[in-house]
Ligand binder design. Structure first.
Ligand SMILES: O=P(O)(O)OC[C@H]1O[C@@H](O)[C@H](O)[C@@H]1O
Length: 157
């Protein structure tokens, strides 16, 4: 089954996003580009929302969001039910975000990622499976918070 991936960035991530779009399409992913399209300054929440909503609604399997630090994108995306977003750029953390946390929205720090091979990093993230096992009960507890209006932070401790 083809993995559906949503891409979005603010003005600081637009060049990385353009390159990623080409790479992911070439590698056979079903990619949608949710902007921004120029380096004119924009507000990252407007673009994180476009991808996070589609993850929440089951229209996308994964998202990749890029701003200066990746932090703002992750804060916004994590407000949507079913989204597990993390800002990372190191190879080990990117891999662990999939294996242990089943992260479905990767947030990249466009300003900090430098000469790192972003395309390879994202491809590795897309192809790394969640390990499941003992990690499932932890992710399930995150999902339980998602589905509660008044989460009891002591539950399960
Ligand atoms: O370009 P300016 O507005 O200076 O800074 C925007 C960046 O600052 C941080 O919040 C985000 O990383 C965002 O990409």
């Amino acid at each position: 089954m083809t993995i559906k991936v949503g891409l979005a960035s603010d003005h600081r991530g637009v060049h990385i996003k353009a390159r990623l779009l080409q790479t992911l399409q070439r590698e056979g992913f079903d990619v949608c580009d949710e902007g921004t399209d120029t380096t004119d300054p924009v507000d990252y929440p407007d673009f994180a929302i476009r991808v996070a909503q589609q993850i929440r609604d089951g229209k996308l399997d994964r998202g990749v969001l890029i701003c200066g630090t990746g932090i703002g994108m992750a804060i916004v995306a994590n407000k949507f039910h079913g989204v597990r977003a993390a800002s990372c750029y190191d190879e080990v953390i990117v891999e662990m975000s999939r294996r242990h946390n089943d992260v479905n929205v990767l947030c990249l720090p466009g300003d900090l990622i430098g000469e790192r091979p972003v395309d390879e990093l994202v491809l590795m993230w897309l192809r790394t499976e969640f390990e499941s096992g003992r990690h499932s009960q932890r992710v399930d507890k995150i999902t339980a918070i998602d589905s509660s209006d008044t989460p009891d932070i002591n539950r399960g401790v």
